[in-house]
Design a protein around this ligand. Structure first.
Ligand SMILES: *Cc1c(COP(=O)(O)O)cnc(C)c1O
Length: 417
């Protein structure tokens, strides 16, 4: 099994381990499987989620230098529940029972245990640099905390993250350091880029969402939940995915390509309309992002689009396989309120985008809305809309009540070292 870059016409081949340890392909493209493998004939759900994850991921690691460690990595990474909220076939896949209460825990934890395993074997150390505007940094910090051979430096913009997000970023000690940058998120990203360009700095890597090691584990819960749905209702469901950089939804497309029983995949976006506009006009125009209530999806130039364009090579093919609708802040608020008033179920602003799309475009279809974060992470929005407090998960409570520690720095990347 090999991986190639989305930009390499000559098709230079990499193993999964090479792709994951590199992050980005040498030509600046993203790693994709040469061909997407089929689900293994031995795939079973009977031995639990971590074992099923191993079965789904195994074909991507066939002949790979980490193949024999994959089972162990899956057992360590996927030690929290994946839950489906049943509602007569209009179900919701709750991906927020990991340590930081959002779906990014799946990818970040797999990547952390994978890298630790590899570095231990080759006896090397790495420093992970992450610039964050919110959720990514927390998931990466939590996942890499206490992993051996790895130091993490998390950069966040002063005043640019919510209070709870900041507490999640700064509650760690040991191998995870947080830096409050006196600048914007763009400054933080530039500092990371500058550090990578500096030839005197060695052993740096990134853990951002384009890393194959974060993407592959996002295939697993689609395979898992689509089989459960099919067994329960005798039908294949449309999966509606709240999307920003489209990493989560790329996982869904790969799961479908592997043979998982998925009828269709819909990308629900916020007021950042790059993808719906492309579907309408046939012209792809990345742009600056605008700020919305579903802020983890505030993306104007989705980084994983390159992977979707690689999967669906022409506009016609893309249009046949991908649909997308944009949901504005007003609709996000009313959807959170409607769902709560009808059933008492509480959803976050990202999930609300997908729920809105379900109600307006898939009312008569079997559907699964993908819920990407626990509503308590976005309590300042959700609580004002529903008029009550949202119970906070224990792991989240534990993180945000620990002592904060961070270093204040300017916008020169040298201050990180
Ligand atoms: C990151 C994130 C998203 C967007 O996921 P992509 O893979 O970037 O499309 C949606 N919701 C939440 C809560 C997130 O943290």
């Amino acid at each position: 099994m090999f991986f190639v870059s989305t930009r390499d016409e000559n098709g230079r081949k990499f193993t999964a381990t090479e792709a994951i340890m590199k992050g980005l392909a040498p030509d600046g493209g993203l790693f994709v499987p040469e061909t997407i493998p089929s689900l293994s004939s031995t795939f079973t759900m009977e031995k639990g989620y971590a074992y099923a994850a191993y079965e789904v991921l195994k074909p991507y690691f066939e002949g790979d230098e980490s193949e024999s460690d994959l089972y162990d990595i899956c057992q360590k990474a996927f030690n929290f529940p994946v839950s489906i909220h049943q509602n007569g076939g209009k179900d919701t896949l709750e991906l927020y029972y990991g340590p930081t209460s959002a779906f990014k825990d799946f990818g970040a934890r797999f990547l952390a245990f994978f890298m630790e395993n590899r570095l231990r074997k080759i006896g090397e150390d790495l420093t992970v640099l992450v610039a964050t505007s919110g959720d990514t940094g927390g998931a990466v910090a939590a996942a890499f905390h206490e992993r051996e051979h790895i130091n993490v430096k998390v950069l966040f913009p002063k005043g640019g993250v919510s209070d709870r997000q900041m507490r999640q970023l700064t509650c760690f000690d040991g191998n995870v350091e947080a830096f409050e940058v006196d600048g914007t998120f763009d400054d933080c990203q530039k500092m990371v880029k500058d550090a990578f360009m500096d030839p005197t700095l060695k052993g740096l890597t990134s853990a951002n969402s384009i890393n194959l090691g974060r993407l592959l584990p996002q295939v697993v819960y689609y395979v898992w939940s689509s089989f459960i749905y099919k067994a329960r209702y005798g039908k294949e469901a449309v999966f509606i995915v709240p999307s920003g950089n489209v990493g989560n939804s790329t996982g869904a497309f790969w799961a479908k390509a592997m043979g998982a029983p998925i009828k269709h995949i819909e990308l629900a976006v916020n007021a950042n309309r790059t993808i719906p506009d492309y579907l309408e006009s046939g012209e792809y125009k990345p742009r600056r992002s605008c700020h919305t209530l579903a802020n983890a999806m505030d993306v104007g130039a989705p980084s994983n689009m390159e992977r979707l364009f690689n999967l669906f090579k022409t506009y016609d093919e893309f249009k046949k396989n991908v649909t997308s609708h944009s949901v504005d802040d007003f609709k996000i608020r009313t959807t959170i309120k409607d769902v709560y008033d009808e059933s008492g179920y509480i959803i976050c602003p990202h999930t609300a985008c997908a729920e809105y799309v379900r109600r307006h475009f898939y009312a008569d279809e079997p559907t699964v809305v993908v819920s990407t974060a626990h509503p308590a992470k976005f309590e300042s929005i959700v609580e004002t809309v529903i008029g009550r407090s949202v119970p906070i998960p224990e792991t989240l409570y534990d993180m945000i009540t620990r002592d904060c520690s961070y270093t204040e720095i300017g916008i020169n990347y040298r201050d990180l070292f």
